[in-house]
Design a protein around this ligand. Sequence first.
Ligand SMILES: Cc1cc2nc3c(=O)[nH]c(=O)nc-3n(C[C@H](O)[C@H](O)[C@H](O)COP(=O)(O)OP(=O)(O)OC[C@H]3O[C@@H](n4cnc5c(N)ncnc54)[C@H](O)[C@@H]3O)c2cc1C
Length: 342
Amino acid sequence: MQKQTKNILIIGDGIAAWCLMFELNRLGHKITQISHDESSPACSPRSTSINCLRGTTRGKSPLGDLICESYEYFEKFNLDFSPAGIYKGMEYQLFDNPEKWLRRYPEYFKVQDNDFLIEHTQKLAHYFPNHAYFIDPVELKNWFLDQCPCVSIMNERVIELKPVDSKTIISTSSGEYSFDQIYVCAGKDSLTLLEGLNSKVDYYLQHSKPVAGSYFEISLDEVEHEFENNLNLYFDKYSFIYRKDQNILQIGSSSTNKSDSYEIDENAMSIIYEHVKSHLKIDLPAREKFKIITGVRHKGFKRRPYWGEVAPNIFAVCGLYKNAYTFAFLAANNLVAKKLVT
Ligand SMILES: Cc1cc2nc3c(=O)[nH]c(=O)nc-3n(C[C@H](O)[C@H](O)[C@H](O)COP(=O)(O)OP(=O)(O)OC[C@H]3O[C@@H](n4cnc5c(N)ncnc54)[C@H](O)[C@@H]3O)c2cc1C
């Protein structure tokens, strides 16, 4: 019996959409991808995009279990397909009061016993080293697109979507289009598109929020000090992200709860810059030399991501918050295999 090819729409152009495009394309479906960066800028390329477990282990909370399962799936994906734009490195979480970090890092180390940290950092006495993946969103996106050359791309804003019989119709400013299935990967704008289709999902989305965040970025050509590898030095909650493979340095990030504003909070950014500078023993380029990039995350209800079937033939992945580059790979695989974890 011949396999039935479906006419599928993916709404979004971020990590959730790219992973779904890959999984659906492998099944041979006809795929259209629609997004509108002008009215709804994707967060995925405006992100420090690191994938790191940061002490999360199984058996402590359902969210922790999901993070571990997603991280393992991401590593398997990386081994199986070797996508472009994924680089390995180290992250050092540095801190002073170990009691505060005990749940995450029951075992930790003294900075005074680590020559590398003694040479480059100051002020904080304890640390924990983590393996981390430093992701280049643009390179990764281009890899996904190369794997799916037949995907049609539309640059339009979806105004509404509605199920009609066994199809789903979307309306945009240029007209109405019909699809067999729709996957909504609209980040913080998911509520607008999905509202009224499923009361449980409505509840989840009404209790989710946008969280704006900004970080500094500069070319490594402007940085005097050179490290050998990709490196993230996390000084309490602010980080110095040295991306050797991408030739950029990032410092960040701010977090403004319940905000989808792209306006830069100069005061918050000064605090971050000075905080990181004061914990380093190396010189940073002057603050004015950096550009500032802002993205808006989607924080799910109780920090949990959502992926599942919202209504017949309408699926969604959202609420990926600060772990999008961990969750999105498993989310796409689960949805396409119809293992609908929520
Ligand atoms: C400062 C900062 C640092 C971060 N650091 C990390 C990190 O280190 N690790 C990590 O994993 N995550 C991090 N994140 C979070 C992560 O970047 C996001 O959670 C992730 O990008 C969300 O991906 P997404 O695909 O769900 O949504 P997005 O990338 O936001 O994509 C949503 C898409 O939907 C489209 N869309 C929305 N509405 C419509 C509509 N009506 N019609 C058409 N298209 C529409 C948009 O145009 C966009 O393309 C960070 C975020 C920020 C801001």
